[in-house]
Design a protein around this ligand. Structure first.
Ligand SMILES: [Zn+2]
Length: 431
């Protein structure tokens, strides 16, 4: 009896190891494929800290023709077939998640190859293929209700977006104070995050202020728990954006997300697929969604407002007399975020011209013309990626809150938040 049990046990162990080895091999091929795709799609490889010898050189670049597209498709299909043959790998919940994560990531590569070949998907289809999600649609009436509310409370006369942006101007941080204010904000977010999430001792980041970028800020993850956070100063920054950026790019957002993936998977388990970050793929919805939701995790309820008023306003030398109205306006403005997705869809699907899109952004997102143009630059470069921010945040929020991580249970919320960043979750898996 005993002997048989031992024999079975050994056999199981052996086959599990074999499955793990096969899975690791698929993961390695996936990384190499992502790196190869990156030769043909700028910005696709957002981070890579795996084996240096896997990085392609200039000489590996081929002409984009049917031979190349066929070869990329063949490699991708071979990986999907190998995964299909490895269904038994999923013995634990974590392994099921890993399996599903890789499957969805590789499926999105199929879409990316089509894009590289010169193809274009309609907006909603692109979001589905690249980010594994369905984008909701909202009509103008939906936003109009919020705009009517704002119309009543924003001071002044004339066009609402102009009045709103004039009002917001009093909360702009003087450029010479930006560095100090941002450093204090990021240190606060870091301190609060480290109370709940254990990060490697060596974790660190550097902040750089840059210009002439289509984005507001960027986290470049370099591996070994180190991030370079760039903040774009093309447009003036209002005080509330500082915490948003510190939490989103740093703690508990992208920096923490990447450091946890590296620690939990790449270093502890040797799951090499996490050493590469393909920007236009499902993992981005989880990354942007957690980064945005992380703002209210790290400074929940009124704590963000309190911290800003007590610490950041005086540091920036901004008068806080109108702060209450400012925050009321900001919370209403959040409801207009989806108007940005409508603008992107209609512009990219050729329903609206540039001018029509900018007019819509000024009327329904209440952006100044300058900011509307900047957002349009982002849409033109990153296309349906825009949905990862607001839709990602809402999916992460409902997932965490439905599981008990509400405002009233901050400890539970932190636990769920860390858990979500410590498993290979997929957007469709959040439902
Ligand atoms: Zn981000």
């Amino acid at each position: 009896m005993l002997l048989i049990i031992f024999a079975c046990g050994d056999q199981n162990k052996k086959s599990i190891n074999e499955l793990e080895l096969k899975m690791n091999e698929i993961a390695a091929q996936y990384v190499k494929l992502v790196l190869e795709i990156g030769i043909y799609k700028p910005d696709y490889v957002d981070a890579y800290y795996g084996p240096a010898e896997w990085k392609p050189n200039k000489a590996d670049q081929k002409e984009i023709d049917s031979t190349l597209i066929n070869s990329l498709n063949k490699k991708t299909d071979a990986l999907l077939n190998k995964l299909d043959a490895l269904k038994d790998y999923q013995a634990t919940e974590l392994e099921t998640l890993r399996y599903r994560f890789l499957y969805k990531q590789i499926l999105s590569i199929k879409g990316m190859i089509f894009i590289i070949s010169g193809g274009t998907f309609p907006f909603d289809k692109e979001a589905k293929i690249l980010y594994d999600t369905e984008v909701p649609h909202y009509n103008k009436e939906h936003f109009q209700k919020i705009i009517d509310e704002l119309n009543k409370i924003v001071p002044g006369n004339g066009q609402l977006s102009k009045r709103l942006n004039d009002f917001k101007d009093q909360f702009i941080i003087p450029p010479d104070k930006l560095d100090t204010v941002f450093t204090v904000a990021i240190n606060e977010c870091r301190k609060r995050t480290l109370q709940y999430i254990q990060l490697p001792d060596e974790e660190n980041f550097e902040v750089e202020f840059v210009k002439n970028k289509p984005w507001g800020a960027y986290n470049w993850y370099k591996g070994n728990s180190f991030s370079l956070i760039q903040v774009n100063t093309d447009l003036p920054m209002q005080i509330d954006r500082v915490i948003d950026l510190a939490a989103h790019e740093g703690y508990p957002g992208h920096h923490v997300f990447n450091a946890l993936l590296e620690k939990n998977f790449v270093k502890e388990k040797g799951w090499i697929e996490f050493s590469v970050y393909p920007l236009f793929s499902p993992v981005s919805l989880i990354a942007e969604g957690t980064a945005n939701y992380g703002i209210q995790v790290v400074l929940p309820g009124n704590e963000q407002i309190e911290f800003e008023q007590e610490v950041l306003f005086p540091l920036a030398g901004i008068n806080s007399n109108n702060a209450d109205l400012y925050y009321r306006i900001l919370s209403l403005l959040k409801g207009l975020n989806y108007a940005g997705n409508e603008a992107a869809r209609n512009y990219l699907d050729n329903n609206w011209t540039k001018e029509e899109t900018i007019a819509y952004q000024t009327n329904y997102q209440l952006l100044s013309e300058k900011r509307a143009k900047k957002k349009l630059d982002f849409i033109m470069k990153y296309r349906s990626y825009v949905i990862n921010y607001n839709l990602g945040e809402d999916l992460v929020k409902s997932y965490i809150e439905l599981n008990g991580g509400t405002d009233d249970y901050p400890k539970r919320r932190w636990e769920l938040f860390e858990q979500l960043m410590s498993v290979p979750q997929t957007p469709s898996g959040l439902k």
